[in-house]
Design a protein around this ligand. Structure first.
Ligand code: NI
Length: 171
């Protein structure tokens, strides 16, 4: 089921998510809904707090348009190794119509559980490494705009406020 994605500045996005203690039907349903919501958007990643659920669950699929889907489900994901630097443009389903370059690690190893409760190590680089860092940030209430410079953030806030006002005016 496609759920509503919360958008900035919803305070729910700033809250820290709790670790999943047991993988039950509720978690399996949450993951299904998260995948449905991500593919519907469409986006390359989604974290549970973006649909208002404060559990440490993320879904990612960075497969290209012409490639078969490759869904990654990571429960309680933790970055256990990070190296290199990247500075690529990011967007977020919770911050529509805005994109900015963000400094990240170029390669990460992420440890977590899959939906079967098995421990998995994901070795990621390029877009997948960025997606893991971006989605894990969501679990700690951090948005990509929290990583950009103060000046850029101020410009963002002004622009965003103006856009929201314009949208209200159109309704
Ligand atoms: Ni995001």
């Amino acid at each position: 089921m496609v759920r509503t994605i919360l958008s900035y500045p919803d305070p729910e996005l700033k809250k820290k998510s709790q670790p999943v203690t047991v993988i039950n039907d509720k978690i399996r349903e949450l993951v299904r809904d998260m995948a449905d919501t991500m593919y519907d958007a469409p986006g390359v990643g989604l974290a549970a707090p973006q649909i208002g659920v404060h559990q440490r669950v993320i879904v990612i699929d960075v497969a290209g348009k012409d490639e078969p889907p490759n869904l990654i489900v990571a429960i309680n994901p933790v970055i256990i190794h990070a190296e290199g630097e990247s500075y690529e443009e990011e967007g977020c389903l919770s911050v529509p119509t805005y994109a900015a370059n963000v400094r990240r690690h170029a390669r990460v190893v992420v440890k977590g559980l899959n939906l079967e409760g098995e421990e998995v190590n994901w070795k990621a680089d390029d877009l997948l490494a960025i997606a893991f860092q971006h989605e894990i940030d969501h679990l700690d209430g951090i948005l990509f705009i929290d990583h950009i410079s103060q000046l850029k953030r101020e410009i963002f806030r002004r622009k965003y406020r103006r856009n929201s006002l314009e949208q209200e005016g159109n309704e």
